[in-house]
Design a protein around this ligand. Structure first.
Ligand SMILES: [Zn+2]
Length: 330
């Protein structure tokens, strides 16, 4: 079989847990994750990213190779994910934004979700300034957010259809406004929202990111490899080339300082075509990374550019649904 007709898949996970609100579909239930790993072990060839990349185009054995990758370094990786990887002898690459390691608060997208789609009451109108521009939203009767409403919309996904309530519209608008901003600007938005909501929700335990010590233990695990995910989880396309270098090379060096070796693989934050550009791929290569993964779906073949590797965004699927997304040998 010619090398370019052989192909494998790289799977993209974020959280493995039990959550009642998941606007970006980032969470796979532990029971489903177990079923997915069981399926991969029985019906596909789970391998490591280094093994897939190093043999790319030469000895990729079949159309059934799969690689598990998990982004953002949520601490539940240690408690929930690793025991399941061990149970099925499946390896994984964890992509970690170095600046988030040991942080006491939540990621900005989680904090935004907690404030807007969480249980708190919001005022009838909400005004937020972003880069000297003022934005205004009206909640039109959705100031209160009783459990019955929150439960009713628990399955809402931010990329599907139009937002069903003004709260969902507010969440979607602010998420997109925050995406290109730098950290200090994003946290200014969240702070403004906290003030108008008169709410400073405590960081949730299930949104916690690994500590230095947990990261060091994970890096020593034989099934785990640590990959880089920039310093601040920046949308690289919104940054100048020198800022991108700080994010990519800085993230690499930060992780090296914690785990004692340089990460070999990089994941572009957010990972869609518009979220990173050619400069990011060049910088990844210059920083010595062997590969960089995107969030663009597709298969990996011998012809795939290793700095634009596609990934399948795994959702809370059963084994059959996962199997349909990662077909085996034809
Ligand atoms: Zn990420």
């Amino acid at each position: 079989m010619p090398a370019e007709t052989k192909h494998g898949h790289i799977l993209l996970y974020h959280r493995v847990g039990d959550t009642s609100q998941d606007p970006w579909g980032l969470t796979v239930h532990p029971r489903r994750f177990r079923n997915q790993l069981e399926f991969l072990r029985a019906a596909r060839y789970p391998t490591s990213l280094s093994a897939m990349i190093d043999v790319q185009g030469t000895t990729l054995p079949s159309a059934s190779e799969v690689v598990v990758t998990i982004d953002d370094g949520y601490a539940e990786t240690t408690s929930t994910v690793v025991p399941l990887l061990e149970a099925f002898d499946v390896s994984a690459t964890l992509y970690i934004p170095s600046g988030a390691v040991g942080q006491t608060g939540e990621y900005w997208w989680d904090a935004l979700e907690g404030l807007i789609l969480g249980p708190g009451r919001l005022p009838p109108s909400i005004s937020v300034s972003v880069r000297d521009r003022r934005y205004l939203w009206r909640l039109d009767g959705w100031e209160q957010w009783p459990p019955s409403d929150r439960f009713r919309f628990a399955g809402w996904r931010a990329w599907v259809g139009t937002p069903p309530t003004p709260r969902h519209q507010l969440f979607t608008d602010l998420w997109h406004l925050c995406l290109p901003l730098v950290d200090t600007e994003i946290w200014s938005v969240i702070e403004q929202l906290s003030v108008v909501a008169d709410s400073q929700p405590a960081p949730r335990q299930d949104r916690r990111v690994v500590t230095d010590q947990e990261l060091r233990s994970l890096a020593k695990h034989p099934l785990i490899s640590i990959g880089a995910h920039t310093r601040t989880h920046a949308q690289l396309s919104s940054r100048t080339p020198s800022q991108q270098e700080v994010e990519i090379e800085g993230g690499r060096r930060d992780l090296q300082a914690v785990i004692g070796e340089s990460p070999k693989h990089l994941a572009y934050p957010f990972g869609k075509r518009g979220d990173y550009g050619p400069a990011a791929a060049e910088l990844a290569c210059l920083s010595g990374f062997s590969s960089a993964v995107t969030n663009i779906p597709g298969t990996v073949t011998g012809a795939t550019d290793r700095y634009h590797l596609p990934r399948i965004f795994v959702q809370d699927w059963d084994a059959a649904q996962l199997g349909a997304q990662v077909p085996g040998r034809a």
